[in-house]
Design a protein around this ligand. Structure first.
Ligand code: GLY
Length: 379
């Protein structure tokens, strides 16, 4: 394998003979050479599905082995998608209000300027791969619902009747019991555990009460993984995959499969993706906004902060505000630019406060930079 030093030595010798055209292309090669980086939300660090690598480690390893950046990132997010313990993504995720798991995913390939997505896909553990198949094999961007499942089956994916695990089913039954205790009972007789008093949105409140009671990770309630990476030649790609909001209205689709919201990539600028309350993100097309802000020269952190501020300013409905008049939800962005600089930002330092990164120095977690002090639940 030719090293960068060998490359520079041989190209400079041959260029002397071959003239300025080669000089220009070598200069371009040098300018475009960057150190590979993979970033993701915390689920890219936490889950290993019984193996030795997490998502950012696997994606980084494959990128440095020469694999296409998007294929590497998708191989990374397949880890939490297949992990039954990760209840926000793929197999064993928290289902919709009817107890059915519906998955959303998108992917975007910077150098190819192509993207694909699926929404409300039932029965396939790895929606990120189905999104990639939409990108690779169709002229379309987004296929949803039964059509997405039929497409997956036709493309050779294994389609299962039910992606629930005993754990995800148990949590769904507990949620039913909390919103409808007259009809759904605790078989152990502990049915009189207090039901949340907030009645403005009992389904949401019951779910959040399960987060507070430690039954569900906060990150899994809106559960998503966004993973973005840059390869040594400057290729940038991204993928986002999720089961969306726990106990959602069947058919509800969040930001993850929506380009510009849950994910956006421009190979000349950078990538951004998100986790958290998808509706707030869709209203502001924040990932697109972040990439455009970086195009104007903002750093990944400043671009992410600008999007958070936009979301905060556009959140004016009382039902979405806490006692301090700021959003009563969290949202996070993971941002990478063409130089390989990166940042993780969040509305609040609350719930999951870290994000994952893998570089030549290995994988680690870093603190997200919050826009606001306090928490979504401030009275
Ligand atoms: N961000 C995930 C969702 O809202 O569906």
């Amino acid at each position: 394998m030719i090293t960068r030093r060998d490359f520079l030595k041989t190209t400079s010798t041959s260029m002397a003979a071959a003239g300025s055209a080669k000089l220009d292309s070598a200069a371009l090669w040098i300018q475009r050479s960057v150190k590979p980086v993979v970033i993701s939300d915390y689920s890219g660090w936490e889950f290993r599905n019984g193996g030795t690598e997490n998502a950012v480690e696997r994606a980084f390893r494959l990128i440095t082995e020469g694999k296409d950046v998007l294929d590497a990132l998708i191989a990374g997010v397949n880890i939490p998608e297949l992990d039954p313990l990760e209840t926000g993504i793929g197999y064993g995720a928290l289902p919709n209000a009817d107890g059915v798991i519906e998955l959303d995913a998108s992917c975007m390939h910077g150098p190819k300027k192509r993207a694909g997505a699926v929404a409300c896909l039932q029965g396939v553990r790895t929606p990120s791969l189905v999104a990639k198949a939409v990108m690779d094999y169709t002229d379309h961007h987004l296929i949803v619902g039964d059509g997405a499942q039929q497409f997956a089956r036709a493309m050779g994916f294994n389609v299962e009747n039910d992606l629930n695990t005993e754990n995800s089913r148990k949590l769904w039954r507990e949620w039913k019991r909390r919103i409808d205790p007259e009809h759904w009972l605790d078989p152990n007789g502990d049915a009189r555990k207090p039901i949340p008093k907030h009645q403005k949105d009992p389904g949401l409140e019951a779910g959040l009460s399960m987060v507070r009671d430690g039954l569900i990770r906060e990150g899994s309630f809106w559960g998503t993984i966004n993973c973005d990476g840059i390869g040594p030649n400057g290729d940038i790609c991204g993928v986002t995959t999720t089961s969306g909001l726990a106990w959602k209205i069947p058919g509800r689709t969040g930001d993850s499969p929506i380009l510009g919201a849950g994910l956006y990539v421009d190979n000349e600028v950078g990538a951004a993706g998100s986790t958290g309350r998808g509706e707030a993100n869709i209203y502001n097309l924040s990932s697109f906004l972040i990439v455009e802000s970086m195009r104007r020269g903002l750093s990944p952190k400043d671009a992410g902060m600008e999007a958070l501020k936009r979301i905060k300013d556009n959140t004016i409905e009382k039902r979405l505000l806490n006692g301090k008049g700021t959003p009563n939800f969290n949202i996070r962005f993971f941002v990478l630019n063409k130089k390989g600089d990166y940042a993780g930002v969040s509305m609040y330092r609350a719930g999951e406060t870290k994000f994952a990164v893998c570089t030549e120095n290995g994988a680690r977690t870093l603190e997200l930079e919050p826009l606001l002090t306090g928490s979504p639940e401030d009275a």
